[in-house]
Design a protein. Sequence first.
Length: 280
Amino acid sequence: MILVVFNVLTIVFFLSRPDWKSSRETVATVGNEKITRQEWLNELETKYGEETLRDLIDKKVITTLAKEHKIKVSDDELEQELDMYKALYGMQENLSGDEWGERVRLSLLLEELLTKDAKISEGDLQAYYQENMDLFDLPNSYHLSQIIVKTLPEAKQTIEELEEGSSFAALAMERSLDEFSANEGGNLGYISEDDETKATLIEEAKGMTSGSWSDPVQMDSGYAVLYLHDAIQGKRYTFEEVKDQIHRQIAIEQMDIPVSAVPFWDEAEVSWFYGEKAKH
């Protein structure tokens, strides 16, 4: 009887634990079959657990060692790097401004850690600047989204719905004829003023203000309604403004190694769930 009472109390204890209840929570049903939160989490851990944990470790390693070596990224450096990336590469992942800024900040800190002991002559830095001048002479760029529809009445109807409060991204996914941008909520990323294939869009964007949409714009495939997220003023960067960036670039090319935080794991004394072998 004592053993029976003890077992019952044990079962009641585990059933009453909040984390146990949470793990048994149903997150989906297929007919009469249930998928519990714990099954879902186990699957996520199996597929993405190591990669996700590695990313978390890398972030902690970078920030910890940057602090130890007194390496910092100023707001001006971060803004410059972001502007140059947007102007040169155009597309931006679906991240918020803060998330994107944090990713770039960590990347800069890692590059500084990897190249902190590299010695590059002033002459080599100057030569790189002169040979790659186009990388530091950025044109105006515009972050645009678009909705492409077949007829002018459809374009006008889209604008009416936007004025009534409809989401631009939702309308783009619902009705835009351009499949590629529609899947991204109409997002085209940053378009350089030098991009001749987007001349019509650029010309319209020049007269827009950030946070506004355009009147219908006639295109080869129908009519576009554009949304201007942001505009970057073109700029020619001086040697002094990009000197540190050039130093990092040359040093990384000379080292001929992947830009990774793994070489610093030993210094940071990392130990993790997946063991020593998986680290490298």
